[in-house]
Design a binder for this molecule. Structure first.
Ligand SMILES: Cc1cc2nc3c(=O)[nH]c(=O)nc-3n(C[C@H](O)[C@H](O)[C@H](O)COP(=O)(O)OP(=O)(O)OC[C@H]3O[C@@H](n4cnc5c(N)ncnc54)[C@H](O)[C@@H]3O)c2cc1C
Ligand SMILES: *[C@@H]1O[C@H](CO)[C@@H](O)[C@H](O)[C@H]1NC(C)=O
Ligand SMILES: *[C@@H]1O[C@H](CO)[C@@H](O)[C@H](O)[C@H]1NC(C)=O
Ligand SMILES: *[C@@H]1O[C@H](CO)[C@@H](O)[C@H](O)[C@H]1NC(C)=O
Ligand SMILES: *[C@@H]1O[C@H](CO)[C@@H](O)[C@H](O)[C@H]1NC(C)=O
Ligand SMILES: *[C@@H]1O[C@H](CO)[C@@H](O)[C@H](O)[C@H]1NC(C)=O
Ligand SMILES: *[C@@H]1O[C@H](CO)[C@@H](O)[C@H](O)[C@H]1NC(C)=O
Ligand SMILES: *[C@@H]1O[C@H](CO)[C@@H](O)[C@H](O)[C@H]1NC(C)=O
Ligand SMILES: *[C@@H]1O[C@H](CO)[C@@H](O)[C@H](O)[C@H]1NC(C)=O
Ligand SMILES: *[C@@H]1O[C@H](CO)[C@@H](O)[C@H](O)[C@H]1NC(C)=O
Length: 589
């Protein structure tokens, strides 16, 4: 009797123990799965479980291997290679856990130890929905920290997690086109027409190639290796053809998802509607593991490409006047269908001896064949720039036969994106109304001019709002940041440190970004008026809930609690992450 009640007392205490209840199981703890248990998981996923070390481990300490290290060094900046490595992501800083002094930078001396950092300890290289279910169930049952990893492009640390099991989706490459998609459970007559189903690991270059062959187009971004079905579309996904087709997520028709309970579900307009709403903008890594997504395809159209370059002598005020004129002209160009990118270099080393101030822009006009029609649209801007005597303008337009040929020129084929360094950016969305207002462009330029620029630094403008991005507000109710519907441009600047920066200096840069620079660029339209795009934002964005999701946040938080009450899927500064510590290892309080 005594021993029984003692036992139940002990059992009761064990359940109440804060360690066990509020933290994920960690490798040094008894709860950590045994070798046999890992091996069993491996068997159930057909031998596709790997133990992972950071890719640069072969360049350090006792793991040093000269030829392996050379191979890693040679491929360091190749985003295709990085995408395929469970022991890497695209940006080195998210492989490291600086606060715990765990880094494995290739730049650091080879006699320094390679720390595991935020790189997962095990990777389940999943091929099917069943593999994903096995890995999800294993993580839940064993109370493990879980990371979902596709291309690893994430800017805010959502695709790595310390001491975690990784679900590596990048190898899932199926692409299936259909002429008349019928969402599961849709009533008769609710066919959606041409669509494509993209498995979790398909990247943009692969999708563009496949769509080109079918003479169809898909709303996608400006990159080779960003994942079409992963974090990109789940946080919205902007496109250089945004005016034509809206956000990538506006075109999503159905998701197949493994949820935290390990169940495979379909989310569309007719079933699991709340999940469907959240997956279109609520952010990757948060609501479940997407197995595949079906998106609408659009017919091919011709494109006119416009290119405008502005140059002044270094530091000439007229550079900023020209940047302001450009922003003032954007609403009209955008209303006519123009969307695309621009890059401003206040200090640009034109050659070994001369620095200048320069901006280069290219906007795409889908559906146009006539370059002179586009030239006519640019005439007012060009005449204003002409009056700025210190400004040299280069301008050109040319016609291309298709969206496919336009995308293939820049983001198709076998090329990759250059990655591998440290990435930390700050960003802001700006409305069309701001740019149309009398002093709006000047206010914008005044703020961005006050940021620090070193030689070669650029502000990067994404004029990807307007058009269908705006009009889709009436058709589509989704979790995407409502600010996108009013936005015309999304401005970004890098605020990264060197890999050898001390933790203190990293924190100083982060503090300057959050306390000085973000408030500055946010003040242009008033605090929290527009916010930021979660896929391209600062990793310590203040008030990220409001910034990334505006009034959608409370509903997103509720949906998160419903589908993942235990927080199995926690992504850094994602929905519900505020309840956890920065590493997602322990519940706060
Ligand atoms: C060179 C470059 C160009 C870019 N261009 C654009 C652009 O034109 N437009 C744009 O909108 N953005 C662009 N981005 C930003 C891009 O959208 C984000 O980096 C995005 O997070 C990438 O998603 P991913 O799945 O490829 O990356 P990952 O880092 O692998 O994943 C990102 C997030 O999604 C989650 N995730 C991935 N796969 C799944 C899945 N199957 N199920 C559930 N969660 C998943 C991860 O857990 C993580 O939280 C660009 C980024 C770079 C580096
Ligand atoms: C999983 O199984 C495969 C094939 O048997 C093996 O090569 C691999 O090393 C195993 N992974 C782990 C983590 O043991
Ligand atoms: C470090 O690199 C040098 C050559 O660059 C090599 O001689 C040395 O053996 C390496 N150190 C370790 C620990 O392997
Ligand atoms: C999408 O994934 C589900 C679940 O694995 C699968 O049944 C379906 O066939 C996939 N769709 C396509 C078109 O591949
Ligand atoms: C799409 O572009 C690629 C690369 O330029 C080309 O090989 C392919 O033929 C194009 N497809 C169509 C239908 O034009
Ligand atoms: C360097 O660039 C400047 C500005 O474009 C130009 O005037 C100069 O001739 C160039 N010098 C050389 C050596 O190319
Ligand atoms: C091209 O556009 C211009 C200006 O809008 C117009 O005058 C001209 O007729 C158009 N040409 C063709 C071939 O459509
Ligand atoms: C503008 O500059 C870019 C980058 O240098 C270049 O590719 C483009 O051809 C230039 N455009 C014009 C019209 O000269
Ligand atoms: C903080 O940011 C401002 C604006 O970019 C810059 O001028 C300043 O040098 C920065 N300060 C520090 C300490 O980095
Ligand atoms: C860090 O590396 C850079 C070169 O990338 C070098 O100029 C700088 O002195 C180094 N700083 C420290 C603190 O080692």
């Amino acid at each position: 009797m005594v021993s029984l009640s003692l036992l139940s007392l002990i059992a009761g205490l064990a359940i109440a123990a804060p360690e066990a209840q509020h933290c994920r199981c960690r490798p040094h703890e008894e709860c950590w799965p045994s070798h046999q248990e890992w091996s069993n998981l491996n068997d159930t996923i057909h031998g596709n479980l790997v133990a992972v070390r950071p890719v640069a481990s072969v360049c350090h300490g006792s793991e040093f291997d000269e030829s392996a290290c050379k191979a890693v060094t040679d491929q360091w900046h190749d985003s295709r290679w990085r995408a395929a490595q469970p022991g890497a992501v695209q940006w080195e800083n998210w492989e490291s856990w600086a606060e715990h002094d765990q880094t494995c930078y290739i730049e650091s001396k080879n006699d320094t130890k390679c720390g595991q950092g935020r790189v997962s300890l095990y990777s389940a290289k999943v091929q099917t929905a069943e593999d994903i279910q096995k890995a999800v169930n294993f993580a839940r049952t064993n109370n493990l920290r879980l990371a979902i990893r596709n291309s690893g492009h994430d800017y805010i640390g959502r695709s790595t997690a310390p001491e975690s099991l990784q679900i590596f989706t990048n190898g899932m490459k199926d692409i299936t086109f259909v002429d008349d998609f019928m969402p599961a459970g849709a009533p008769k007559g609710k066919n959606e027409g041409h669509a494509v189903t993209i498995a979790a690991g398909v990247n943009l270059a692969e999708l563009y190639q496949a769509a080109g062959e079918k003479k169809r187009t898909v709303q996608g971004g400006a990159s080779h290796t960003v994942g079409a079905a992963g974090g990109y579309i789940q946080a919205g996904g902007h496109s250089p053809f945004g005016t034509r087709g809206g956000m990538a997520s506006d075109n999503a028709l159905e998701f197949q998802v493994v949820t935290a309970s390990g169940t495979l579900v379909i989310a569309n307009e007719y079933q699991n509607i709340d999940l469907f709403w959240a997956l279109r903008g609520g952010g990757g890594g948060t609501f479940g593991v997407v197995v595949n997504v079906t998106v609408r395809t659009l017919p091919e159209v011709p494109v006119v490409v416009s290119s405008l370059n502005i140059t002044t002598s270094l530091g000439d005020d007229q550079f900023w006047d020209a940047v302001s004129e450009y922003h003032g002209a954007l609403p009209e160009l955008n209303d006519a269908g123009g969307s695309g990118f621009y890059f401003g270099y206040p200090i640009w080393p034109a050659n070994a001896t001369t620095e200048v101030s320069a901006m280069t822009s290219f906007l795409l006009f889908a559906g146009y064949t006539n370059t002179s029609a586009v030239d006519k649209l640019y005439a007012p801007l060009r005449s204003k720039l002409h009056k700025l005597t210190g400004v040299t303008v280069q301008y050109d337009t040319f016609a291309l036969p298709s969206v496919n040929s336009t995308l293939q020129r820049k983001w198709g084929g076998e090329g990759g994106d250059s990655t591998g360094g440290v990435a930390a950016i700050i960003s802001r969305l700006y409305s069309k109304d701001l740019l149309k207002s009398k002093n709006g462009p000047d206010r914008l330029v005044k703020a961005w001019r006050r940021l620090r620029y070193d030689s070669g630094d650029s502000f990067r403008g994404h004029a990807v709002g307007g058009g269908a991005v705006t009009t889709n507000a009436k058709k589509i109710d989704s979790a995407v940041n409502p600010a996108w519907r009013k936005a015309l441009t999304h401005l970004v600047i890098s605020r990264a440190w060197k890999t050898n920066a001390t933790v203190e200096s990293q924190h100083a840069m982060i503090k300057n970004a959050t306390d000085i620079e973000i408030p500055l660029i946010r003040s242009v339209e008033g605090e929290d008026q527009m916010g930021a795009y979660g896929n391209e934002a600062h990793p310590y964005e203040p008030g990220f809930q409001q910034s990334f999701w505006g009034h959608n946040y409370p509903r997103l938080y509720q949906i998160k609690q419903k589908w993942d009450p235990e927080g199995l899927f926690i992504a850094r500064i994602g929905v519900g992450s505020e309840d956890w510590d920065d590493a997602g290892l322990c519940l706060k309080k």
